[in-house]
Design a protein around this ligand. Structure first.
Ligand SMILES: NC(=O)c1ccc[n+]([C@@H]2O[C@H](COP(=O)([O-])OP(=O)(O)OC[C@H]3O[C@@H](n4cnc5c(N)ncnc54)[C@H](OP(=O)(O)O)[C@@H]3O)[C@@H](O)[C@H]2O)c1
Length: 299
């Protein structure tokens, strides 16, 4: 039995769909049954209502489970609230999951993390992501960590956010000059990687895989590709990072769904890239090109 945490999330729902197509009946940990019914093929999966921040719910979710694919994280593009907090979800939730998995006799956890995860100042978003990996590595369970670059695909949040900005803003703000590099990877390719990791525990256990698409793009180039795909043209404006940070803090203070958060700004501090051959070398297939996707799919 496979348990997917974060099954209603972007990666989770695509993984569930693939597993179901391949004849499996995964167990899905979800927080809200109605939301799950809108997003998941609920007659073809096992639904368990619970949260990684509620340890008692994990006991039921993990009963009879062999492998967990852990995607239940609070990502940097979301604003913290009284119910959802980066540290509580990403550190506390992962810690609860590991403890419950050990108690339930789970063999293996596959964690979907992010490129560039590294130690940072205590209490920061990045430090939480780092601790969530560290706890798993030191857990004594069999583990695999997958760190993708930014994702593209229908409704992918990064691309959707930038496209919305193109439609709503008279200018394109190039954060820090638009030089931060990305290596967009197609969501279906990330799912294929997870599938291969699931199928080959002997080779993939105890490994951290950094994965990205077949091309590097600067932030400016991503905007240019999106303008071409959406037939829009906006002047590009240099947006100094300290000013954007103040803007992000202000938007977070007043908007329920700010287009930019302070935590997301921390992801512009480094290039979001890995080896161009990462997927081909480690998983034996060629990932989709972002430009090819944009040329063939509506954005
Ligand atoms: N998407 C990307 O571009 C991208 C790129 C690189 C790395 N990643 C990494 O991949 C992982 C998954 O990302 P994603 O884009 O799929 O995230 P997502 O779309 O925001 O989904 C997060 C999922 O986690 C669930 N969740 C949040 N808190 C929970 C809790 N306490 N208990 C149980 N479930 C909880 C959410 O449930 P609800 O539906 O109830 O909110 C949702 O299903 C993250 O580690 C992320 O950093 C994503």
């Amino acid at each position: 039995m496979i348990l997917i945490t974060g099954a209603t999330g972007y990666i989770g729902r695509h993984l569930v769909k693939r597993l179901v197509e391949q004849g499996e009946r995964p167990r899905c940990l979800v927080r809200d049954r109605q939301r799950a019914a809108r997003i998941l093929p609920i007659d073809k999966v096992e639904i368990v209502i619970g949260s990684t921040t509620q340890p008692s719910s994990l006991e039921v979710a993990l009963r009879g489970v062999e492998t967990v694919v852990h995607t239940a994280f609070m990502t940097a593009d979301r604003k913290q609230s009284s119910q959802d907090h980066y540290e509580e979800t990403n550190v506390g939730g992962t810690s609860n999951l590991i403890l419950a998995a050990k108690a339930a006799g789970v063999a293996r956890i596959i964690e979907i993390s992010g490129l560039g995860t590294k130690p940072d100042r205590p209490g920061t978003y990045m430090q939480g992501r780092y601790l969530s990996e560290k706890m798993l590595i030191e857990s004594g369970l069999h583990w695999t960590i997958i760190r993708p670059s930014v994702l593209f695909g229908k409704d992918a949040s990064f691309i959707k956010g930038l496209t919305a900005l193109l439609h709503s803003s008279p200018v394109v703000p190039l954060i820090g000059g638009g030089k931060t590099m990305f290596q967009p990877i197609y969501v279906e390719d990330v799912v294929t990687v997870i599938r291969k990791v699931l199928q080959d525990p002997e080779r993939t256990t105890g490994k951290i895989y950094t994965i990205g698409g077949p091309e590097y793009y600067s932030f400016t180039q991503i905007f240019e590709a999106l303008m071409k795909a959406t037939h829009t043209n906006r002047p590009k404006v240099y947006a100094p990072t300290p000013l954007v940070k103040i803007g992000a803090a202000a938007m977070e203070a007043v908007l329920p769904h700010p287009p930019l958060t302070k935590a997301a700004m921390s992801l512009f501090a480094f290039d979001n890239t890995t080896d161009l051959q990462s997927v081909e070398r480690d998983f034996g297939f060629s990932p989709m090109s972002f430009k090819t996707y944009l040329a063939t799919q509506p954005v």
